[in-house]
Every structure is written in C-alpha cells, then in structure tokens.
Design a protein around this ligand. Structure first.
Ligand SMILES: C[S@@+](CC[C@H](N)C(=O)[O-])C[C@H]1O[C@@H](n2cnc3c(N)ncnc32)[C@H](O)[C@@H]1O
Length: 467
C-alpha cells in the first residue's frame, strides 16, 4: 500500500476544480455529492458542465489566479498545459492543499477511488492507477454483495447506539451488535420494514438477558443448479449463515459459496427415500434458531414451488421465530432458458401450468386430467419422469393430440444437461432413449417444438455412428 485511504470531511469546505470539460464535470459530481463548497474555474466552461453545475457550484470563466488556488482544501486540475499544471500544483502545495491532476498520477497527492455510496456506508476501491477498469469490476462485485438498504441499517443502528451503550457492558455490547446484524431486526430493516423493526429493536434492547439468543430462519431458493443463477440476496445470506440445511438438488458449487465455517446439514430427499423426515427438518430449523443461529434453509429452485417451503415457513413462524423467504429461479424457468424455449410465446401458448407428477405411495398423480388435456397452453410437469408414459397416456386419453410437442430436460442449466424432444405419444421412449434418470422436467405443448435438443432420430443416428 503506497497510499493511505482516509475519508475527508468536505461539507462546506472550499474545493477548486480547474477545467471546464467532461473530466472537470466528473470530479465536480463527486465533490457536490460530498457537499463541498465548490468553485470551477476555466477559460472556457462547456455548456453541459455549466448546465449540470448551475446552482451547486460557483462557475468562473477565466484563467485561475494564485488567490483562487491558495484558498482551497483540495484542488483538482482537469485541464491545462504542462507548464501551467506544474505551476498550479506548486502554488496549491505551498498553500497546504492536496492536489489531484486528472490522468497524471505523478502530480497527484491523492487519487479519487471508485466509490460505492450507500449513505452511511461508503466503500472506496483503488488500484492506485494501475488498472482502473479492474477497480470498477471490483466495485461491481462488492456492490452486488451489499444489500441495497445497508446505509439505512447503519443509520438505524446509530439511532440506538446510546441506548445500547447505556444498557450493556462493553463486552456484551459487542455481542449484542454482532447478534443484531445477523438477526431478525436487521433483516426487517434491510427488507424496508423499519416501522416494525423499531418496535422489535426496543423489545430486543429491553428483553431479559436469558432470552438473548433468538436467531432467524431464511428459507432460500438456490435456483436450478447453475451457481451463477443464485440471486445476489441468496449469495449474501449464504455468506452470513451460521447453519445451512440443504437439499439434494443443491450442488457442491453452490455450497462452496457459503461461509467457510458455517455448519452444513444434508437433509435431502430422494424419491421414496426421505433422509430426514419433514417434521424433523422443521424441528431442526426451530432448534437452531432458538440457539441464536442465523439459519439458512437452502432449497433447489424456488422454495415455494413444489419445495415444501410453505410448510416450513408456517412451522417456524408458529414457533415464534422470525422467518424470511428469498425466492429462487424455479426449474421450469431455468430449463426453458437453457433450452432457448419460451414457456409462453405469442402464437404458441398464452399460459403455463406447473404440476407435479409425484404421487403419494408411488401411486398415480392426482391431477385433473380432463382439464389439463384441454389446455391450449404449456404444461410443465415436475417430478414426472417415472410416470411419464402414464402421464402421456392420460392426456391423450382425455383428448390431447398425440402429436403435441414435448421436451424432456434433465439437469437443466448444469454442465451435463440433456434435452430430448419429440411428440406426446413418444414421451416414454424419449426418456428411455435419453437414459434420463436425474432431475428432469417434462414440457408439454406447442412451445416444446422450439426447444434446442435431440430427437429420437438424432439419438439413433449418433448410436449408429458410435456402434
Ligand atoms: C421437489 S421438486 C423441487 C422443485 C424446486 N423447488 C423448483 O422450484 O425448481 C424437484 C423436481 O424439480 C425438477 N428439477 C429441479 N431442478 C431441475 C433441473 N436442474 N433440471 C430439470 N428439472 C429440475 C425435477 O422435476 C425434480 O424432480
């Protein structure tokens, strides 16, 4: 580190910018955001700079004089010939000002970083001029990790600083705040619900000490498989969780994004093989939260689509524990995108229906076949692979055309995804020919004709080529 990062209070303090073009305007925008008392001087100030700074900066159209430069805390030089620049830098430095010359690091006392400005929370990033584009990329990465309302959270905490100080010893105060920022009240503030957060905060500060430990449960969708399809919020929660209970369809790549020291528990269910029964999963969520933990219940796809997320939410809430839900990209949306097939498409389908092909005790799914068969739209069947032939027969039996296009998408969005397409009457064969045995969706309807994918013919041709 050859420059020390520090934040300078500039409110109402004199800052000078020499220059009247786009570089000067860029610096002026930073300085007005910092509420500096800004003067812009140049022999020519362009019309865009003039319009943008009208009313927020003093604009002087002439060459700067020694007195202008001497009076400033910071001086930016965004314009000028080399001989002038050297002179201005010398005058400013003699007067004790810090100088920045745009694109001339050799003259700079300070540089302006890439900034993330969320009110009370500001982050500054610099590569010391070595790679400004990299600096902007780092900023984008950090920006994505910071909750939109993180500045409000800092302000919220600031309002209670004195109250917490009065109530707790120094050691307990630190624990209180650590617990607070991962807890339900902070989650409420981040969700924009400050009214309820204030009530909860007062209760939190005043509650008896033995009840100190109450955690929070986040029910989080992990998306269909590709880690890049995780939401920004899901990623953030994973990086803060103390405990993660995850399902079978959550990949190792996604788990590897979690906080390194988080406790992880596999509670997945394969068909007819419930590793941990549902009520046991719910009991664990409650127990971990009662132990003061920030718990993430991580589920494939979206937690509220064939994910039993609703049941878990009800149980946790009934236990008096704060619970929040973060949606995920459901398999149908992820698979459709991977197959380049819109689920609704003008001229093909104006609606989409999601059903489950799973049935209790391995029986037949209890669906309204007559209604599904007459739909002139897209039908997506989750968990339908083992019942694919009988689903096709039922739909055909109730009047859906045998030639209706279908697509079977296995492990959609993952590197080993498979897409096989054909017609409804060959659905069983498609699954057999494609040896589909992983998680897969059946998409039935005209849009399936648009899917990128293999057909029975192309599979047979490949086999002949290989044989
Ligand atoms: C218990 S459901 C969970 C659905 C999940 N909550 C969602 O919104 O995607 C599991 C079924 O989702 C489907 N599924 C999940 N991920 C999939 C993927 N990557 N590709 C194809 N189907 C998938 C399969 O039908 C699988 O049997």
């Amino acid at each position: 580190m050859n420059r020390f990062p520090a934040y300078i209070a500039l409110e109402n303090r004199p800052v000078l910018i020499i220059g009247g073009g786009p570089s000067a305007l860029a610096k002026a925008r930073l300085m007005t955001a910092a509420q500096a008392s800004l003067t812009v001087i140049a022999e020519k100030i362009d019309s865009e700079t003039r319009a943008a700074l009208a009313g927020v900066a003093r604009l002087i159209e002439r060459a700067p004089v020694v007195g202008d430069i001497e009076a400033s805390v910071l001086v930016f030089i965004a314009d000028g010939r080399d001989s002038q620049i050297e002179r201005w830098v010398e005058i400013a430095q003699m007067a004790g000002a810090l100088v920045n010359v745009v694109d001339r690091p050799e003259f700079c006392d300070f540089i302006t970083p890439s900034i993330i400005d969320r009110g009370q929370v500001t982050v500054a990033i610099t590569t010391n001029g070595a790679a400004p584009v990299l600096g902007r990329k780092v900023r984008a990465d950090i920006e994505a990790l910071l909750p939109q309302n993180v500045g409000s959270l800092a302000e919220f905490a600031d309002r209670y600083r004195d109250a917490v100080k009065a109530k707790f010893s120094e050691h307990d105060r630190r624990l209180f705040w650590e617990h607070f920022f991962d807890g339900p009240v902070a989650a409420q503030v981040l969700a924009g619900d400050e009214v309820r957060a204030h009530e909860a905060m007062v209760a939190l500060i005043n509650r008896p000490r033995e009840k100190e430990k109450t955690g929070v449960v986040h029910i989080v969708g992990a998306g269909p498989g590709d880690p890049d399809l995780l939401t920004v919020k899901a990623l953030r929660l994973l990086q803060h969780a103390d405990v993660i209970l995850y399902d079978r369809l959550v990949s190792d790549e996604i788990l590897s994004l979690a906080r390194r020291d988080a406790e992880r528990f596999y509670v997945g269910k394969a068909k007819a093989n419930h590793a941990v029964p549902q009520d046991e999963i719910e009991a664990r969520l409650v127990a971990f939260a009662r132990d003061g933990k920030m718990v993430v219940r991580l589920k494939g796809g979206d937690p509220f689509i064939f994910g039993r997320g609703g049941e878990e939410l009800e149980t946790v809430r009934a236990a008096g524990i704060s619970v929040f839900t973060t949606p995920g990209i459901t398999a149908a949306a992820g698979c459709a995108a991977s197959a380049n097939m819109a689920l609704t498409h003008r001229g093909y389908s104006q609606a989409v229906t999601f059903v489950t092909g799973h049935a209790k005790d391995e029986g037949e799914p209890d669906l309204d076949w007559a209604a599904l068969a007459t739909l002139k739209s897209t039908l997506v069947v989750y968990m339908g692979v083992s019942k694919a032939s009988s689903i096709a027969n039922r739909l055909i039996g109730h009047g859906r055309a045998r030639s209706t296009p279908v697509a079977v998408i296995e492990k959609g969005t993952c590197p080993d995804q498979k897409i096989i397409k054909g017609s409804l009457d060959e659905l069983g064969q498609l699954i057999e020919a494609g040896s589909v045995d992983g998680p897969a969706l059946l998409v039935i309807g005209e849009v399936a004709a648009l899917a990128d994918g293999e057909t029975l013919l192309s599979i047979a041709q490949q086999e002949r080529l290989v044989a």
